[in-house]
Design a protein around this ligand. Structure first.
Ligand SMILES: [Mg+2]
Length: 285
């Protein structure tokens, strides 16, 4: 591990909250985002935050499952985490839609994508269901998508629906290595056909970060005192920089010390930690 500045150590030690990535940071799951296995020091790290009464939210960018299912998968792996402490882009999207008075959304996604929206009171239209007045198309984890779904979404967008997405990064880390992000592939097709850029409602958007802050009971003014922990430069590091939070990188997933210099400044961590064991040592000392 390279040297870390005393000022950064102090900021991390006195942080008011942590927004923590799941895959590649706390644990690794399989390509279907199940069967999680702890990464070094991750269970102990959450226990340390708990013992110090520092709030945290685990924010995965996966939408294969509803938040409660991810929380259960982590509990099976030995983590002490409640359902309410787990967020997905759909949790953030539900808040964003309601704040913008969007109540009728076509979802290109599995049940995990739609569930948090339905719970929040957003009317979910099925991926290829015939319907008028769609205000937004929302894409997420959807390996079973078909041409008809693509067609329906494109027609909505041509009629003026917003194109929104859970995630627009090409890959995520799994036990099988580099795994393709389904929504990225779907977004690419819709974008090629409609020339519309998808609006990201999960990481790295500031709106997603603010939902996590609010759920930890923190005001927006606390952003600079919140640590975002993750392994993906384009997701967690970018989100931290967008929001003015502390960007703590983990070398247990997509980010490696030898490739740090290739990252754009907006995607660079304030510090890259070997694993959560080394971060725990800094907080506890
Ligand atoms: Mg990750």
């Amino acid at each position: 591990m390279s040297d870390i500045s005393p000022a950064l150590i102090e900021r991390i030690r006195t942080a008011r909250g942590f927004v923590i990535d799941m895959d590649g940071t706390l644990a690794l799951g399989d390509a279907r985002s199940g069967g999680h296995k702890e990464l070094p020091g991750a269970i102990g790290f959450l226990a340390l935050l708990r013992s110090r009464a520092v709030p945290f939210r685990i924010f995965t960018n996966g939408t294969a499952k509803p938040p409660a299912s991810y929380a259960a998968s982590l509990r099976r792996a030995g983590f002490d985490v409640s359902d309410a402490e787990l967020l997905t882009p759909s949790t953030a999207a539900a808040h964003w839609f309601l704040r913008h008075k969007i109540t009728r959304v076509r979802v290109l996604g599995s049940a995990g994508v739609a569930h948090p929206l339905e719970e929040a009171g957003v009317e979910v239209i099925g991926s290829s269901q015939q319907a008028e007045g769609i205000q937004a198309v929302f894409t997420g984890w959807f390996p079973d998508f078909t041409f008809r779904d693509l067609e329906a979404a494109c027609h909505d967008v041509w009629r003026g629906a917003l194109l929104t997405t859970a995630s627009n990064v090409p890959f995520f880390a799994s036990t099988e290595g580099r795994t393709i992000g389904v929504s990225f592939a779907i977004n690419s097709m819709i974008r090629a056909l409609t020339s519309r850029r998808p609006m990201v409602l999960g990481k790295p958007s500031s709106s997603a970060f603010h939902v996590a802050l609010a759920q930890m009971g923190l005001p927006r003014s606390a952003a600079a005192r919140v640590v975002v922990l993750g392994d993906d430069p384009a997701l967690e590091m970018r989100m931290a920089r967008n929001a003015g939070a502390i960007a703590a990188g983990m070398a247990t997933g997509l980010m490696k010390p030898e490739t740090l210099h290739t990252l754009e400044p907006k995607n660079r961590p304030d510090h890259l930690f070997d694993d959560l064991e080394s971060l725990s040592r800094i907080i506890a000392r």
